[in-house]
Ligand binder design. Structure first.
Ligand code: SF4
Length: 353
């Protein structure tokens, strides 16, 4: 179902579905029971723009840590999702210790009685359950019936799990289906969106290291989100989870699905570039992350084409020989020595009206 019609689900004090803004998620890679490290990482994620964070809960220590982590993060109130594999008792414990949502695959939780225990705990506290299925754990029977791992099989598997929980009269659900095969993932989302009203958590799983993961995620999420499918996203990268947030924001922004934050455009450099534009563009990109302004900043390599190309930006710099031009709304304002370009831009951002 298209995102403006999906069911509204509350996760802590955030909402997804029903046309609400698409929320960005990530997952900590600290040991969850290392409360100090996990809290520190969640703070970094939240500062970068993470809306919902997931922590793995492999044992009771991790479940208990959820309560401490939440208490220490009370000032930023970011919803915490407990990621559960296999042991239903961890799901129940995570809920009792305050998880705002749990992610399970009912298929690997075991008997219906065990799933029922999880649902009972979730119902008691109105905690949503994300039913997560990924292509790597598709049932043998579905692989045989569909002659391999297919989008159809993934969707059927996910809906089977959803029905198990619906049969327990619980519909506070979010669904995720994942595959590292980008086009299979796209097809599966298209099929699933036609068959369910629950919000979809969208991501390309095991996408890879920062470069390949970003490209696969941008391509896959781009196609899925552009069709109006997907209520919350995670970009999975083998790297610092903060990178996932930066990428997710950029993908949403590029698709016009999120506003806010400074967009940096920069030229690819060429033989006309006579300043360290690559270094400068990277410094600018890092610097602007601390600003809540909703503007476009251009970082261009030369004074021949730079000002023209920077016209569409609110603020820009164009390099010369050892110096650069400051450009505001397409007008050249002044010349600045190369070494002072970054500070000049910072001054303008600090005083932007
Ligand atoms: S803005 Fe100037 S330096 Fe950058 S690519 Fe264009 S011509 Fe080359």
């Amino acid at each position: 179902m298209y995102r403006d019609k999906t069911k509204v689900i509350h996760i802590g004090d955030r909402v997804i579905g029903g046309g609400n803004p698409i929320l960005i998620q990530s997952m900590t890679n600290t040991k969850t029971n290392d409360v100090a490290a996990t809290v520190a990482q969640i703070r970094r994620l939240a500062k970068a723009g993470c809306d919902i964070v997931r922590c793995t809960v492999p044992d009771l220590e991790a479940a208990k840590a959820i309560a401490q982590i939440k208490a220490q993060l009370a000032d930023i109130s970011i919803p915490l999702v407990a990621d559960i594999h296999f042991d239903y008792k961890m799901a129940v414990a995570a809920i009792e210790y305050g998880a705002d949502k749990i992610r399970i695959n009912p298929g690997n939780i075991g008997s219906k009685e065990k799933v029922a225990e999880v649902v009972r705990a979730a119902r008691e506290r109105s905690v949503p359950i994300r039913v997560g299925v990924n292509s790597g754990s598709l049932e043998k029977e579905l692989i045989e019936r569909y002659h391999g791992v297919t989008a159809e099989g993934i969707v059927e598997s996910a809906l089977d799990k959803v029905h198990i929980i619906e049969d327990l009269d619980y519909d506070n659900l979010v669904i995720s289906i994942k595959s590292s095969d980008v086009m299979m993932c796209v097809k599966a989302h298209e099929l699933l969106a036609d068959k369910t009203q629950y919000p979809l958590h969208v991501g390309i799983t095991e996408a890879g290291t920062v470069t390949s993961g970003n490209i696969k995620s941008a391509a896959g999420l781009g196609i899925i989100l552009y069709q109006g499918i997907g209520d919350t996203i995670r970009v999975s990268l083998t790297g610092d989870p903060v990178e996932e947030i930066k990428s997710a924001k950029l993908i949403l922004r590029t698709l016009g699905l999120r506003t806010g934050g400074i967009e940096v455009v920069s030229c690819p450099t060429c033989g006309r570039t006579n300043i360290d534009l690559i270094g400068l563009a990277n410094q600018v990109e890092t610097m602007v992350q601390d600003y809540a302004l909703d503007i476009k900043v251009a970082v261009m390599g030369c004074a021949v084409n730079g000002p023209g190309e920077a016209k569409e930006a609110d603020l820009g710099i164009a390099g010369g020989i050892g110096e650069g031009l400051l450009i505001k709304k397409g007008e050249i304002v002044k010349k600045v020595p190369e070494g002072a370009l970054l500070d000049t831009l910072k001054y303008e951002l600090d005083h932007w009206k």
